[in-house]
Design a protein around this ligand. Structure first.
Ligand SMILES: *Cc1c(COP(=O)(O)O)cnc(C)c1O
Length: 371
């Protein structure tokens, strides 16, 4: 709203208009990206936060920081966004697909079956606001000494055992693209309590520049990195957006709760781990009956709610369909999950819709199911 717009105007009118997150010390008043990182740290209680240009970049950097190299295997889940597989593949590592359980996230039982000597990282993905069964996943990962990187792109603000998602594993990935709970247009972040991961990521995302007092031009370039930096405009928007996160989750809950109360007896609702807090991004349920499913989807489309990825964008969110990038074996590993996801419907929870719109919807859904 106005708050983000005014904050951007201030940058140009009163703060020197510096768009880099670094340098130009005498010409600027603030370092907005660095402040955004500080606010992410405060919000999540992470020791370290690094803002970068996208969530996809953040996954790639984290994998490199964890020492993943070409030929290593990285396990992630069938219900996902294609970015995770792309980040793994981009460093020459092999994408291994794990099936999903009733949380629709990584199935711990299947995870253990997918581990080999080559497995070097595990990426559970907290899809559409809901946490994976992290205690079980961590237990397996610890047993085999494999680091876990949590993809929190769709669940920023969510918790597990009272901790911010992203801090259960070795590091966590956030995205601030335009479709996420808060946005900077494009953007992402890595949160971690691990200093080594942070130091590597901080250097790598900025051409290998060391985070020291040396002037950038004088820094010995003894290590290659890349440019995955966030700009000040994104940092400014992020700072304002972050102040809205809790309110968004509270408002999401009011809408989600209407559906939950009205429908939990008649529908098979996605399982949310007991010790977790979701962000209520979507209300997801499984409907075995094809005709009823069709009726529900048609109702959602006609009434302007639509669906959120399931089923409308399933091809981007289920590994079964990523035949151009994945090995055939991994497509096979995805079949059971595909069948489950094909029967799932995700109703978007949107602040653009009023609570009473959700009440009206719940009534109609209830009727379809009880006929
Ligand atoms: C959005 C998303 C990403 C990628 O984030 P970008 O900022 O768009 O690059 C990765 N994983 C998941 C699960 C996502 O939803």
């Amino acid at each position: 709203d106005q708050k983000e717009q005014l904050a951007i105007q201030r940058l140009f009118k009163k703060e020197g208009g510096i768009l880099f997150a670094h340098g130009f010390d005498k010409l600027r008043k603030y370092y907005h990206v660095r402040e955004f990182e500080k606010k992410i740290r405060e919000k999540t209680k992470a020791k370290y936060a690094l803002a970068v240009s996208s969530g996809t970049a953040a996954i790639k950097i984290s994998l490199l920081a964890m020492g993943i190299r070409s030929g290593d295997e990285v396990i992630t889940q069938a219900f996902n966004f294609i970015a995770t597989a792309e980040a793994i593949a981009s460093i020459g590592a092999k994408v291994i697909i794990c099936g999903i359980d009733d949380t629709l996230n990584m199935c711990p039982v299947d995870l253990e079956k997918k581990i080999t000597k080559k497995t070097k990282a595990i990426i559970p993905v907290h899809m559409l606001g809901v946490s994976a069964e992290m205690n079980k996943i961590k237990k397996i990962a610890n047993y085999y000494s494999i680091p876990v990187c949590e993809d929190v792109c769709e669940a920023f603000g969510g918790k597990y055992d009272r901790k911010s998602l992203g801090l259960i594993g070795k590091c966590g990935i956030l995205s601030f693209d335009f479709g996420k709970i808060i946005t900077t247009g494009e953007g992402g972040a890595i949160i971690t309590n691990n200093q080594k991961i942070y130091n590597f990521a901080r250097e790598y995302h900025d051409h290998g520049h060391k985070n020291k007092k040396i002037a950038r031009g004088n820094d010995s370039a003894d290590k290659f990195g890349f440019n995955y930096r966030m700009t000040e405009i994104q940092g400014i928007i992020g700072k304002v957006q972050l102040t809205k996160l809790e309110k968004i989750i509270r408002e999401n809950f009011k809408r989600y709760n209407v559906l939950q109360k009205a429908l939990s007896k008649n529908f098979r609702i996605r399982h949310i781990p007991n010790n977790s807090e979701t962000t209520y991004e979507a209300f997801i349920f499984l409907e075995e009956n094809k005709n009823i499913r069709k009726k529900i989807i048609s109702l959602l489309n006609k009434s302007g709610f639509g669906t959120k990825n399931l089923p409308d964008a399933i091809k981007w969110h289920c590994s079964y369909f990523w035949g151009r990038g994945l090995e055939r074996k991994q497509i096979k590993n995805s079949i059971k999950s595909k069948n489950k996801l094909s029967k799932s419907i995700a109703i978007p929870i949107s602040l653009r819709k009023k609570i009473k719109d959700y009440q009206a919807l719940a009534k109609k859904l209830y009727r379809i199911k009880s006929i």
